[in-house]
Design a protein around this ligand. Sequence first.
Ligand code: PLP
Length: 394
Amino acid sequence: MISQKMTELGLKRSVIREIFEYGNKRRAEIGAENVFDFSLGNPSIPAPEAVNNTMKRLIEEKDPIALHGYTSAQGALPVRQAIADDINKRFNAGATPDLLYMTCGAAASLTITLNAIVNEGDEVIVLAPFFPEYRVFAEKAGAKVTVVKCRESDLQIDFCALDKAINARTKAIIVNSPNNPSGVVLSEDTIKELCELLNKKSKEYENDIFIIADEPYRELVYGDVFVPFIPNYYDNTVVCYSFSKSLSLPGERIGYIFVSPKVCDCKNVYAAVCGAGRALGFVCAPSLLQYTVAECLGMTADISVYDKNRNLLYNALTEYGYEAVRPDGAFYLFVKSPEKDAAAFCERAKKYEILIVPSDDFGLEGYVRISYCVSTQMIEKSLSGFEKLIEEYR
Ligand code: PLP
């Protein structure tokens, strides 16, 4: 008998993938230019020129055995040093190479971190709306997932609900800001209140609760919005970072884990991270990508396109009568469904060839996620459909 749980997981396609596959069918039937597919969070702008140039130069100039060989399991030392220097330059957070672990993107960062810190039966809190894979990763690590819904008015943390959800078994809370699927950035006040509550609860239960800061969208913020660097506010923080979105490299699989030096017993936590990476069979992150990102720190893809898309979509949709919290980051707009059943609303949107994702799998019912990492032209062409769609509810 094989694993029932893994079989179910493998057979069940995510709603996002279902919609994307439907889009493929429609693209074949009516032409790609007539389908308004807002389903995926795949960056739509290319990686910076410097990324490609760095890769080419490394291939031409670096010793091929070293370039394509295994690195240390935790990542090549000069790469970790460069990342530590970058973290310290930006956040003054005391990063050192021996607390950094290179990974295959945020998904690997999260799954390694969860396996490193969770014991069977521990509880991990996720704040809804949340990235649906959190549940998969946390449960596989042996945790029970507790969902705490955010305040609907601004999608910041509902501290009353969070207070009630924390207990002696709480091992960690996953914080994702800027957020997928809402685009909301948690304010500094929210982070401070969160840290206060976690410090109080850690003391009460004599159990250090971790913040797992999932930060693939850290650099994707618009205007002068401030994204607090959580290790500077809360000691027991592990950062799960990825270059997938900031450098538009999701298929290349590169990111890192940073165990803050202020984490209680940080050397042992880092050892557990290394052990989890080993047990999960990651061996090492792709070496070409490690060396490439080390030379491209501080760069981002041209995110002004996302900002333009955000303004265009948010302004038009709210003018038509849709309700949404204005996103400050990432590339998602989280819109209140005009009917209770968000899946039914998404079905109706298909009439206008608009493909959007119902929020149920993100842990908060009654919304839809619209990914605006698409061409501006596609958004412009889709707007009359969005307008007609909401008119059906008047
Ligand atoms: N965390 C969040 C919130 C995401 O949105 C994603 C991907 O969309 C990931 C983690 C996984 O990112 P990666 O492609 O770097 O594994």
